[in-house]
Structures are given as C-alpha cells and as structure tokens.
Ligand binder design. Sequence first.
Ligand SMILES: *Cc1c(COP(=O)(O)O)cnc(C)c1O
Length: 398
Amino acid sequence: MSPALSPSNGSPAIPTKSALPYLPLTRPTIDDETIAGVAEVLRSGWITSGPNVKAFEAKLSEYCDGRPVRAFNSGTCTMEIALRIAGIGPGHEVITTPLSWVATSNVVLAVGAKPVFVDIDPVTRNIDLNQAEAAITPATRAIIPVDLSGLPVDRDFLHALAAKFKLRVVEDAAQSFGSTWKGRRIGAFGDFVSFSFHANKNITTIEGGALVLNDEREAKLAEQYRLQGVVRSGHDGMEVELAGGKYNLTDVAARVGLGQLPHLEAFTAKRRELARAYFQQLDAPAIRALGLGLPVADFTHSNWHMFQVMLPEERLALKRADVMAKLQEAGIGTGVHYPAIHRFALYRRLGWGEGDFPHAEYAGRNILTLPLFPAMTAADVARVVEELTAVLVAGQKL
Ligand SMILES: *Cc1c(COP(=O)(O)O)cnc(C)c1O
C-alpha cells in the first residue's frame, strides 16, 4: 500500500457508522499564509526549482547547524543518492532494518548493493544495533538506521559502530524531522541524514525530501545526481559527468515547506501532548489486562511522528484487519507501519524467509498506528482509546 494512496490521508468521504466526524490517521496542517504564498508562486512565472527551493534549503541548513542540505522530490531518492555519493554498489552490503517503509531497502537494491537485515529491538522497534555488529562482513559499506515513529536510534552507539568498522551512515530520518538526540537536532550531526516531506510526515512539501551532507563536494554531487548529472557554466556551458536522474523539488512544493518550518516546534509540542494523552488514557486496568503493547514513553527525543500500539495476537480472536475494520466503522482511521520488508515477494525471492527476524515479523503482523496529528484534540484521543478498548475487549480469546 502506497502511503500516498492511503485513505487515511485526509480523505473525507469514508462512510462510517459513527455520528462523529471521521477522524483520519493523519492530516497535514497548512496555514492560510502558506496557501496564499503558493498562489503567489503560481502567479510568479517561476514554478519549478528556483528561489523558493534555494530559500528552503537555506532554512534547512540553518536548522542543521549550517551543514549543507539539498532538497529533492522525495525522501527515497535522497537515500539512493547518498549511497551513490558514497560509492556503494554491486558487491557491497548495507545493513538495515526489516521494519520500515520499503523505500529503506529498495534504495539499496536500486544501486545494485545487497540489503542485510538485522532484527529490531522489540522495545524501541528500531534496528537492534547489538545485532548489527554481528552482521558486518568485509563487504559491508554502510548502515541505514530508521527512526521509526520519530524515536531516534541511539546515535552514540550508531556512530561509534560506524567509526569502528569504517562504515558510512545514511540515517533514514524520514520520520524524525524535529526529533533530537541528547539535545542536538537530528540532521545537525552525523554522516548523511535523509528527511522526507511526504504529506503524512511531520513537516510536508506534499511530496519531497532533503539530504544533509558532509561538505560542498558531496553537495555538488547531490546536485548532479538530482538533475541528469548536468553542470552548467557561463551563459551556455553544459557538461555531464554522471548519469543523474530527475529528482528536483518544485518551487511550489518548496513554498509549502517554507510555510511549514515555522510551525515545527508547535507541531512537535502538540504531538507530544497528544502522545501523553494516549499514555494516560491507555493506562486503564481493562487495557493493561489485555496486554496491549505500547511505544517507548519518550518525551525528550521523539517528535512523535506516530503513536503505534502492538496488538496482543496471543490473546485476540480478531485479526488486525478486523480491528482496523471495526475502528473504521466507528469513524477512526488507523494504519500499518509496516509489514516486515523481508516478507514481501521481492525479498522472499532474494532468499529471506519466515522466522528470519521474529521481532520484526511480530511487529509486522501486529503493529497498529493510531491517529496523531497536530489538529487533533485530547477528546479525539479519548474517542480512539474508548473505541479501541471496546473492540479489543469484545475480541478477546475466550
Ligand atoms: C516516508 C518514508 C520514506 C520515504 O519517503 P518518500 O518521501 O515517501 O519517498 C522512507 N523511509 C521511511 C521510514 C519513511 O517513513
């Protein structure tokens, strides 16, 4: 299921049995000033990559403590380009997590390298870095950690591991824009950092992404990979040194991003507040008795991109799909982020099988994302918890 086509993405026309308005899984908050700004860009005569992209990149760079940042049309091509800049290709291995949006490992295949999955830590649901060390071989060139739901992977451990084995790091920080690690912003330190600004992310450009790089040499290469490898000079000079692609962001999209950035802190604060409300509401005897799995209660580092519970499959007569259908009937959108990547046909054909990564498989079957977005209210949270509790209590195994 493509996230872009998910009915949870603000779709208003979903029939439900609830008298209350439909509560989507997520919905972007875009202010009137931004909408007016987009109209201005559309009238300006310059609608694709131009001054707004430059301004957006400058703001992002400022956010990342001055590191070079380039904007792209997705948070997928950013990772593929980072791998290309690092010279990673056929014969190389890249360590990553099986519990992510499939983009994370597809980019490894796209450059001709081999993804090497390492199971997740069932508590954080992020890659288990202790196991990552054991997966390193002489062919390993990089590691792509994912900050699932915005909870950062341990950056101290990560960068010490990378330094010890001389590996590149491509942080898949698609979900962790606005998160921090020990007081430092994700993106402000480390090696490559990739952000996504897809409509469902904490900050959006509708579709889009950004790559944080180490120096101007890498930034120049990123620009070449972004647009057909072209380097221009003078009035008519054009050179092509590498087979780049078509990954540039439009000025219309960048203008949306520029209008989003000033809200980042407030968005994150609101998400944390809602997450706190979830924890409070879920801390009830009926729910504790059910054994519903909760996320790590982190109010320091995480931007709370998602609030994900783990359904207790051992105790339920219902399947996750049934739970989702019942919540849908009650007017509540939910999502699955994500099925375990190694269980997809493409990856099964590459040799992975059931039982390879038990924690990721368990999460892949049972993880459920509940509504969480800045325009939600505490009453919405209470409604979700009430309906979820009712569904689970009624669906217990006898
Ligand atoms: C959204 C997302 C991506 C891809 O971002 P796009 O902008 O949709 O290409 C990659 N990894 C993770 C973990 C994501 O959530």
